[in-house]
Design a binder for this molecule. Structure first.
Ligand code: GDP
Length: 444
């Protein structure tokens, strides 16, 4: 649903405006600054168009020093969650430095916003609003939430911006699971990514109970780190922590598009790493192998290649996954991970049109198989890509036998060479024409 967020300093009438727009009395309204309440969400409907209104008033601290910080934080939440922001300022109080700061933040985010000047309830106040022109916006909306003035114009403007279907134009989000055994640096990595000032971050409720995800933007792309609260929470004993890491991995992999499999450069790839990586592979997720603590490795010119081949040898089944050396400690190449995640996500969504796929398999892959001394021709009747994320191709075969494992591998490599599918497992389902029973066998 289309989301509209109200943002602004405490005690400037945000709650009153919220109530006007939703026609409810849910928000607590008080004249004393620093009133405490939770973030409010309410559906509103005007002219048959619905939107969700978010009052980011949230928990406004009593402490004067922390108010600016909280207000900016709320603006960031609005930027990452809302389609439209109502930036409210107090016309009587005039333009304050904090207003200007929030304004710059929102303006630089590129999010749509309306500048709303509240408490314009006498002509005298109206005369004084010219100072807000300093902000350089073409239009502002003078209102009095309390006296219900100017509200209709504001609503007309909001409603005119809601797309016809009333639905929010869903923004594509890349969901990332950060997994790995204890102490490889998962939470350090998460902190490093989220701590970066270039990002606009908000914590929002995750899909599973008690989980808190972090949503942020990087280079215009929206990302979601799954269960960041869980990653930071520590297990008590070593035994328990290892088990927990597996449980958490399985849970977060399910919700992810892309998995960061974090390994420790010093300790190398262990059995548990392979087990955890195996879950991501089996789930058909795009995988980036993250070799962390790279700062601890003494390097010469061959180190990277040597270490990479050692990791690859132990994780053969992840041959399609790019491997990135990072340091959560220094931040080295941490942002490369986000770029890789984006590539991986796009790769996992490649869809090959059926005619093209069949032409490629019949005309190019088939003959290449014969050249490889395959005992017989590629007995393909027809192929179709039935899914993306992971790309899944069903082969309808002549005859009753399935392709040999090595043939499937060859086929997958050919598909990769032609179409890329970076970081993503490719699934091949085989359907021989006779004697076929039960579920098709899955090979990746
Ligand atoms: P988690 O259990 O996977 O979340 O691991 P933590 O993030 O708690 O990190 C485990 C330990 O490794 C901590 O002492 C971190 O300070 C340290 N650590 C994490 N990343 C790096 C890194 O890139 N370089 C170095 N030198 N230490 C790191």
């Amino acid at each position: 649903m289309y989301k509209v967020a109200i943002v602004g300093r405490p005690n400037i009438g945000k709650s009153t405006l919220f109530n006007r727009l939703t026609r409810t009395r849910k928000a607590l309204v008080g004249s004393e600054p620093g009133i405490t309440r939770d973030r409010l969400l309410e559906e509103a409907e005007w002219d048959g168009k619905r939107f969700q209104l978010i009052d980011t008033g949230g928990i406004v601290p009593d402490d004067r020093d922390t108010i600016p910080e909280k207000v900016l934080e709320q603006a960031e939440i609005a930027i990452s969650e809302a389609d439209l922001i109502l930036l409210v300022m107090d016309a009587r109080a005039g333009l304050t430095p904090l207003d200007q700061e929030v304004f710059s933040l929102i303006q630089s985010s590129g999010r749509e916003f309306l500048l709303v000047l509240n408490k314009v309830d006498t002509p005298r106040v109206e005369d004084e609003t010219y100072e807000f022109y300093r902000l350089g916006v073409d239009q502002y909306y003078p209102i009095s939430a309390e006296h219900n003035l100017g509200i209709d114009d504001l609503i007309d403007e909001i409603v005119s911006r809601i797309p016809e279907s009333g639905e929010r134009v869903e923004e594509e989000e890349i969901r990332i699971a950060v997994i790995g055994r204890p102490n490889v640096g998962k939470s350090s990595l998460v902190n490093r990514i989220l701590g970066e000032e270039r990002l606009i971050v908000s914590e929002i409720a995750g899909t599973t109970r008690d989980a808190v995800d972090s949503v942020f933007r990087y280079q215009g792309q929206r990302f979601r780190l799954i269960d960041t609260a869980g990653i930071r929470r520590k297990g008590r004993t070593r035994m328990k922590a290892e088990k927990l890491s597996v449980v958490m991995a399985r849970r977060s992999i399910k919700q992810a598009d892309v998995v960061f499999l974090v390994l420790d450069a010093v300790e190398g790839a262990t059995r548990l790493d392979a087990v955890i990586g195996g879950y991501a592979h089996d789930a058909g997720k795009s995988i980036i192998i993250v070799v962390n603590k790279w700062d601890l490795i003494e390097k010469d010119t061959h180190t990277a290649a040597r270490v990479e081949s050692e990791f690859r040898r132990r994780m053969k089944f992840l041959d399609y996954a790019p491997l990135v050396f990072v340091s959560a400690l220094s931040g080295q190449r941490v942002f490369k991970l986000l770029e890789e995640a984006r590539r991986a996500f796009e790769g996992s969504r490649i869809r090959i049109p059926t005619a093209e796929l069949n032409q490629f398999l019949q005309d190019e892959v088939g003959p290449a198989m014969i050249q490889r001394d395959s005992p017989r021709k590629f007995p393909l009747k027809y192929a179709v890509q039935v899914a993306v994320g992971p790309p899944t191709i069903v082969l309808f075969l002549r005859g009753s036998t399935k392709l040999h494992f090595s043939t499937v591998r060859f086929l997958i490599n050919q598909l990769r060479e032609r179409y890329g599918f970076p970081a993503t497992p490719i699934r091949i389902l085989q359907r021989p024409s006779s004697k076929w029973k039960g579920k098709p066998k899955v090979a990746t």
